[in-house]
Design a protein. Structure first.
Length: 344
């Protein structure tokens, strides 16, 4: 019988201090050239080992080979000039200097496929791989070529599809698209955002997921959250359209957030990765706290479709805290698994 409540982390995990400065998001690499390539692979194995030690069921690369969840992918594409910078507003929240789209975007060679093969060779467990979603990608660029957010998103969707098909062939079991922008641009989500995501998964037979969150625990995000009021109902905008979509799984933020849990009802039928670990706090959850979040989620998602997870990535946390949180996630899921077995 298939194991109920398989655990996974939503995204990045901390990097070792010899590879990049710890507890810092988008930290520059400490190594260069061949040493950097070796170091990234070593860090990937270490991250895999830490996930296995914590009892995580669906493992990932911990994003050890990338500096940024969007930019690292875009760096590998044609058509984007990283030297030509413009200041734009990211997710309607903070200003940033971003690269410029100067010509047709294209993917000349695979971006993460070698890394995925490497991960596949080193574990028998199911593996999940994260890619940025089209809408989140366009939101981190200045577009001087297409001059249309939608047009650029469709171009990226086609490129993501090429990468996703090769990741699947490399043995990836779940391909996840990170779309925090789905929590901000509701009209676009419904007009073309979800459709572009469906373009990105065209022809895939593996599991597909979309991760929609309230972001890392950085100041721009915590400040933004303070403006959202006592109930965060953002998911209400995208979920009905997502429920109708071909995307198989939805990864969302639950623990310590003000998201009303009953919104999960809107995606009934989908597999749901429930965030039961707060990534914006250094305090490590107890297994019982994790279990309590999962029990609440079980009111709105069938047990065989519930995937306990973290709210978002844990790259900015210390390794010790992140490790503690992964252990708590496993232990909390185990409690609820035992309860479900008792009922059955
Ligand atoms: Zn996230």
């Amino acid at each position: 019988m298939k194991k109920l409540l398989p655990t996974s982390s939503a995204g990045s995990l901390p990097k070792p201090s010899w590879l990049a400065q710890p507890e810092k998001l988008w930290s520059p690499w400490k190594l260069q050239d061949e040493e950097l390539a070796d170091g990234k692979r070593d860090a990937l194995l270490l991250s895999l080992q830490e996930q296995a030690h914590a009892g995580i069921d669906i493992v990932s690369d911990g994003e050890q080979t990338r500096q940024h969840f969007v930019t690292t992918f875009i760096e590998h594409l044609d058509g984007v000039d990283f030297a030509k910078r413009e200041t734009v507003r990211i997710r309607d929240r903070y200003d940033a200097s971003v690269p410029t789209v100067v010509g047709a975007v294209a993917r000349r060679k695979p971006v993460f496929v070698e890394d995925a093969r490497f991960l596949r060779r080193h574990t028998e467990q199911p593996i999940k791989w994260a890619l940025p979603g089209p809408m989140t990608m366009i939101d981190t660029l200045y577009d001087a070529h297409y001059r249309s957010r939608e047009k650029l998103a469709w171009e990226f969707a086609a490129i993501l599809n090429q990468e996703a098909l090769e990741l699947e062939a490399a043995g990836v079991d779940i391909i996840q698209f990170d779309e925090p922008a789905f929590n901000v641009f509701f009209d676009e989500v419904n007009d073309w955002g979800v459709a572009a995501l469906e373009r990105a998964i065209e022809g895939l037979r593996c599991e597909t997921a979309v991760h929609i969150c309230y972001g890392y625990g950085i100041k721009a995000n915590t400040d933004w959250k303070k403006t959202l009021g006592s109930e965060w109902r953002q998911y209400e905008e995208a979920f009905p359209r997502l429920q109708q979509s071909k995307i198989g799984m939805v990864s969302l933020e639950c623990h310590n957030s003000k998201v009303p849990m009953d919104l999960i009802e809107l995606i009934r039928g989908k597999k749901v990765m429930v965030g039961a670990i707060d990534v914006a706090s250094n305090s490590v959850e107890t297994p019982e706290e994790v279990a309590a979040t999962l029990r609440k989620a079980l009111q709105f998602v069938d047990a065989d479709k519930l995937y306990p997870s973290t709210n978002c990535g844990m790259a900015p946390l210390s390794r010790q805290v992140a490790q503690g949180k992964l252990h708590a996630l496993s232990a909390g899921a185990a409690i609820v698994r035992r309860e479900l077995a008792g009922q059955g």
